[in-house]
Design a protein around this ligand. Structure first.
Ligand SMILES: [Fe+2]
Length: 218
C-alpha cells in the first residue's frame, strides 16, 4: 500500500505559459519512455522477482516514478493554464485541446496515447533488469532532448532534477543486476530464469551433484 505526501518531490513554479513546450514535455507523462511507463514497468515486474532486495528496489523506484509523473503533470498543467484561444491556435495546441481542453492526459509528444506495450514484465529477472537499465537511459536521453528545447529556468530546474534521477536509477538497476548475477552460476550469467530452468534434484548447484540422474547437464 502507499501513503501520499501532499507535496511534489521537486517544486514546480512556472510563471510563463508555453503551450508549445507543454506539447513536448507531455511525452514524459504518457510517452514511450515516460514516467507512467517507468512506474508501471517496475511496479508490475516486482511481483515475480525472485530476490527480496531486487523486488524492494523495483518497489522503491516504481514509487518514485509515480512522484515524477506528478511533477511532469504539474509542469504541463502550469505551462498551459490560462491560455487564450489565440495562443492555443498559434502554438498548435488546438489538436490536444479539442479532446482534452486543458486536462492532463497520458500521450506521447506525437499524440500517440499511452499503451501498456510501452513496457514489459517478462517474469525473468535478467530480462527485466536489462530492460529497466535501457528504460532509464531512454528516459535520460528524452530529458536531454527536452533540455535542448527549453530556455525557461523555471522549466529547466525540475527537468534537470528528473534527468539526474534517471542516472541514479540506472546505477541502482546495475547494482540489482550484479546482485542477481552473483546468485547465478557462470553458464547462466547473461540469461537464466531460476524459477523455470533449475534442476530440482540438484538444486541448481554449479557442480554435478553425485547421484543425480535427472538428465540435465548439471
Ligand atoms: Fe527513472
Amino acid at each position: 500500500m502507499w501513503s501520499y505526501e501532499r507535496r511534489l518531490q521537486f517544486p514546480v513554479n512556472i510563471k510563463e505559459p508555453n503551450a508549445k513546450l507543454a506539447q513536448v514535455i507531455i511525452s514524459q507523462f504518457g510517452g514511450p519512455d515516460g514516467e507512467l511507463a517507468a512506474s508501471m514497468r517496475y511496479l508490475s515486474q516486482k511481483f515475480a522477482t525472485p530476490y527480496k532486495e531486487v523486488a524492494g528496489l523495483l518497489n522503491d523506484i516504481g514509487t518514485e516514478e509515480l512522484g515524477h509523473l506528478e511533477i511532469i503533470g504539474a509542469i504541463v498543467f502550469q505551462l498551459t493554464r490560462n491560455l487564450c484561444m489565440e495562443e492555443i491556435q498559434k502554438s498548435g495546441f488546438d489538436k490536444y485541446y479539442v479532446d482534452h481542453t486543458l486536462g492532463i492526459w497520458p500521450q506521447a509528444a506525437g499524440g500517440i496515447p499511452f499503451n501498456a506495450c510501452e513496457f514489459q514484465s517478462k517474469g525473468d529477472i535478467i530480462t527485466d533488469l536489462f530492460e529497466d537499465m535501457a528504460a532509464e537511459q531512454k528516459a535520460r536521453s528524452t530529458y536531454d532532448n527536452i533540455l535542448r528545447l527549453v530556455d525557461d529556468p523555471d522549466v529547466c530546474a525540475p527537468i534537470q532534477f528528473l534527468r539526474e534521477r534517471e542516472i541514479v536509477h540506472f546505477q541502482r538497476f546495475g547494482e540489482a543486476l550484479r546482485i542477481t548475477q552473483d546468485k547465478l552460476d557462470s553458464r547462466n550469467f547473461y540469461a537464466f530464469n531460476p524459477g523455470f530452468d533449475r534442476c530440482k534434484d540438484c538444486d541448481d548447484t554449479p557442480e554435478p551433484t553425485p547421484g543425480c540422474d535427472c538428465g540435465c547437464d548439471c
